[in-house]
Design a binder for this molecule. Sequence first.
Ligand code: AMP
Length: 123
Amino acid sequence: MSNTEATLFTRIINREIPADIRYEDDLCIVINDIAPQAPVHMLVIPKQPIPRLVDASKADRSVLGHLMWVAAEVARDAGVDEAFRLIVNNGEGAGQTVFHLHLHVLAGLKAAPMFVEADLGEP
Ligand code: AMP
């Protein structure tokens, strides 16, 4: 994909592709994930198409903070503010498939620990 081609999420923001929109303001949009991994699975997407989190610049700090605030707002609206997870996949190796930054808001499943303690054996 060339850099000038609109991302999938920009096309959703521009209403060229339908989506289940849960929230929108001047900086971001929130949609339901098309292939939910939990009973609640929303994507918080900046209107500015930053490809990956690591591509964000210092000037993007306020929009990054805004995305976190919106994530909490939509979690509250969905009634899951007591238990939800935020995930950002950064890069193909981490499972990122859409190269337009987004926060996954996941809730409604009993969350497993993030990491299982490694068995390093006896010292
Ligand atoms: P990631 O793998 O972190 O890049 O996440 C991309 C997410 O976008 C996946 O969870 C997909 O299910 C989701 N997705 C892909 N296409 C659409 C779409 N048209 N509408 C809503 N979510 C989508």
